[in-house]
Design a protein around this ligand. Structure first.
Ligand code: CO8
Length: 374
């Protein structure tokens, strides 16, 4: 058996930023347009008028200030209200591969490794742009990696579940080095026409390189332990899928073909599940809250993270103990906790212990306990 370690991480950040102000202007123009188009039905009481969104609500309810997206022109056009992405031929790299390759190269560079050192690629994300061939295999080919790749999806917990899968394979010896990559194009499955959620998501790709600890060339994080858990819930759901055309109303522009959630219920049900999961995982590995130098949490909601941090540490966490990136990136599904880890882990000292935790649709929760080595 080998000890696995995270030796490098990388973040690909799209060029386009959408501020809350830009988002609200576009949404409100769309709402006004819809209300004008439906004026008679609204006056007759047959259709509810659309209400305006507000910057104040978005910041207060979520802590989100900006989001990065692969395309902003379509999202901000009241006549389109979704990303407009160019058509690619089958011979070109897919958009997920393009994002993933950038993040993977950064992770390899940080670890002082080349693609030839890697023998597994896991593309772990909330959505994959096609059914097959696997995106991971396209990424493998684009980077020039021998070995194998596969896709997996556990929604917001895809990255931590992917890290567990890769760490277990490194531990057993079936692979020597693995890239877990999370290209998340959340803008593609967000309903930008729904004020309850139009502010929630952004796009990004993250990559994590996992190797045998004795192969690490520089500062790294020993993977002490991983733990994953799931419990079925319909409170975060997307009904889009390959059986769509075979159903009577399958081609309709149905609301349930994009991200849907009952945010309040998610908040109430996931919070205790996550706090208990982290505490149980720490206890099982012989750690207590005082041992924890940093928490890198899933980035969905600032209030939620503040609550989890307080529950786990038993006191108000310092901002540096539980760094948030959601104000800049919004919720990037599985990539959020890895962005926080990648950007806020370099200062930890030899022997410091930290924990990555993701949670969301499924429900799912995944945690990774790490120890810093310099
Ligand atoms: N502007 C103004 N008012 C608004 C807006 C808006 N944009 N939106 C809603 N309101 C109104 C509502 O209509 C409501 O009005 P009223 O009281 O009159 O009914 C009022 O504001 C309060 O609305 P909510 O109760 O919905 O507001 P909350 O305080 O609950 O905040 C949140 C909403 C931010 C969604 C919050 O509930 C939340 O963050 N919950 C947790 C959600 C969560 O963590 N989900 C997990 C995320 S899922 C995930 O991370 C990955 C999923 C898989 C990937 C999918 C990728 C696309």
């Amino acid at each position: 058996m080998h000890t696995p370690a995270i030796t490098g991480t990388g973040v690909y950040t799209p060029e386009n930023v959408i501020t809350n102000a830009e988002l609200v202007i576009a949404f409100n123009a769309y709402a006004d347009r819809m209300n004008a188009e439906n004026a008679d039905a609204i006056a007759a009481g047959q259709v509810e008028p659309m209400q305006h969104s507000s910057e104040e609500f978005i910041l207060k309810a979520s802590g989100i200030e900006n989001r990065y997206v692969m395309d902003k022109t379509g999202v901000l056009d009241p006549e389109i209200m979704h990303p407009s992405l160019r058509q690619r031929t089958d011979e070109e790299p897919g958009i997920m591969t393009e994002m993933a390759v950038d993040a993977c190269r950064k992770a390899l560079e940080q670890a002082g490794r080349s693609a030839k050192d890697v023998d597994l690629v896991i593309c772990a994300a909330s959505n994959h742009e096609r059914a097959y061939p696997a995106i991971a295999i396209e990424i493998q080919q684009a980077l020039g990696i021998d070995g194998f790749g596969f896709d997996m999806n556990v929604a917001c917990s895809s990255a931590t579940f992917g890290i567990q899968a890769a760490a277990d394979m490194v531990r057993s010896g079936s692979v020597r080095a693995a890239l877990v990559v999370n290209p998340e194009i959340c803008s593609g499955h967000l309903e930008w026409r729904d004020r309850d959620c139009h502010f929630i998501f952004g796009d990004v790709a993250t990559a994590t390189l996992i190797e045998r600890i004795e192969d690490a060339k520089g500062p790294h994080f020993e993977i002490i332990s991983t733990r994953c858990a799931t419990a079925f819930s319909n409170n975060i759901r997307n009904n889009n899928g390959f059986l769509r055309r075979s159903r009577p109303d399958g081609v309709a522009d149905r609301r349930d073909m994009q991200f849907m959630q009952n945010g309040r219920k998610v908040f109430k049900e996931v919070l205790p599940m996550v706090s208990k999961h982290i505490s149980d995982h720490m206890t099982a590995e012989g750690f207590n809250s005082g041992d924890l130098k940093r928490l890198w949490l899933h980035q969905a909601n600032k209030t939620m993270n503040d609550f989890i941090g307080k529950k786990v540490l038993g006191r108000e966490p310092e901002a540096s103990e539980q760094p948030n990136i959601l104000q800049d990136y919004a919720n990037t599904s599985s990539a959020g906790s890895i962005i926080a880890f990648s950007k806020h882990s370099g200062d930890l000292e030899e022997g410091d212990v930290g924990l990555i935790c993701s949670f969301g649709a499924g429900y799912s929760v995944g945690s990774v306990i790490l120890k810093r080595h310099r």
